[in-house]
Design a protein around this ligand. Structure first.
Ligand code: SAH
Length: 393
């Protein structure tokens, strides 16, 4: 088979390129397109020999003579096309533009892979995408996948679509369905459950070796009504879910993804103001935990809901810190909270969780906040690598 020629649209820092390198080393990214100057700097730093078109996709298409349907045909040739669209206005516009020209290309790409945020599956852009794919004769399958399905302790639920032109349907194709797992996993599970005579989601806590009435701190929660807040504005249900995740040995521990603590780490510790203001809203994890929440582009800047923070004083009990803390004067409150030694994950650690290899780096001039922003927009490399393998069969 001739080497794949790939066009990487909305390339960002090159998560798709990295995934392609992992799953299909012989493939060549013939061009990457992105309008973000900083993302492009990082892309060039890591993939210096890939032609990078630093313009909007719409303008790029025009200046490259797309309207007379010549140049872009060459680039799309037998290649694959990596896209990331978004339902927010400007990107949807460029995305709809791509959908508009796709059927008019003389030579369609053989494969397509698209990543987007969860929620895209409910957008009109997605309906338009499916219509276009059907018109062009693509066979496709949609997914909603998180890195946890590969044993990575990070939630990052994303929409994916893979498509191939003029071929047999995928063996796992499920029309009208969005698959929540990789196809081979489905098969493995099917066999396992057949043997066990049940569906794994019906396993009770006891069968999973967890007692629902015993909290992670070994306290009894029997009498608490549903939805009751425990310490730290967390409900029993939330706490149970976290406890279950932390005991799921199919997921790696966070410590496998962490850098060694050193003096440089001091810059990542949460400032007193954030501690006092947001302590109750933080998602706090220890190195031995097997979960972390999705790191977004506001991480390190906005505190609430942007990603987990790490408790580096591992022997301190969360509950003992948070109990009755509300009534304390600020100074004492801060003292108590400080004993946890909470810090942000470093950009390198987030890159590790995203599956970027150690040789992937950021140019020196990119600030930490900028790294968080770029990584927050990026994707999990291993998830995409596996999808590419599934796509290419
Ligand atoms: N997969 C990428 C991230 C994609 S985020 C990664 O691994 O980093 C979406 C990217 O699309 C952003 O970098 C943004 O700059 C770019 N973008 C959005 N609208 C665009 C347009 N009209 N033309 C070109 N690039 C665009």
């Amino acid at each position: 088979m001739a080497a794949l020629r790939v066009l990487e649209l909305y390339s960002g820092i090159g998560g798709m390129h990295q995934a392609l390198k992992e799953s299909c080393p012989s493939a060549e990214v013939v061009a990457a397109v992105d309008v973000n100057t900083l993302a492009n700097e990082v892309y060039k730093h890591n993939f210096p020999s890939t032609p990078l078109w630093a313009k909007t996709i719409e303008r790029q298409a025009c200046s490259r003579g797309l309207l007379d349907k010549t140049r872009m045909l060459n680039t799309l040739q037998t290649g694959e096309i990596g896209l990331q669209g978004d339902v927010s206005d400007p990107r949807t516009k460029s995305f709809l533009y791509i959908l508009d020209i796709l059927p008019r290309l003389q030579k369609l790409p053989k494969y397509l892979l698209l990543e987007n945020v969860k929620g895209f599956e409910c957008s009109s852009a997605r309906n338009e995408l499916l219509r276009t794919l059907e018109t062009c004769g693509f066979k496709y399958q949609e997914f909603l996948l998180s890195p946890t399905c590969l044993g990575i302790p990070n939630s990052r639920l994303r929409y994916f679509l893979i498509a191939k032109l003029h071929q047999e349907p995928f063996p796992f194709q499920a029309p009208g369905q969005i698959l929540p797992r990789f196809p081979d996993q489905d098969l493995e599970d099917l066999f396992e459950n057949k043997a066990a005579g049940k569906d794994s989601s019906s396993l009770s806590y006891e069968e999973k070796n967890l007692d629902p009435n015993i909290g992670p701190d070994c306290s009894s929660k029997k009498s608490l009504p549903k939805g009751t807040f425990l310490f730290k504005l967390e409900t029993v249900e939330e706490m149970e879910r976290k406890h279950t995740q932390d005991n799921d040995s199919s997921i790696q521990m966070l410590k496998d993804f962490l850098e060694e603590e050193n003096e440089e780490m001091s810059q990542y510790f949460l400032p007193p103001k954030s501690l006092l203001r947001y302590a109750f809203l933080l998602d706090i994890v220890k190195p031995t935990c097997r979960r972390s929440t999705c790191f977004t582009k506001g991480y390190g800047h906005y505190v609430e809901g942007t990603g987990s923070v790490l408790q580096t004083a591992v022997d301190v009990q969360l509950e003992s810190v948070f109990k009755c803390i509300e009534e304390l004067p600020e100074e004492e409150k801060l003292m108590k909270l400080s004993t946890l030694k909470l810090r942000y994950f470093t950009p390198r650690e987030i890159a590790n969780l995203h599956g970027f290899p150690l040789e992937f780096g950021f140019p020196d001039k990119v600030t930490i906040k900028q790294c968080y922003r770029l990584l927050g927009n990026s994707l999990n490399v291993h998830v995409v690598a596996k999808l590419i393998s599934v796509l290419l069969g």
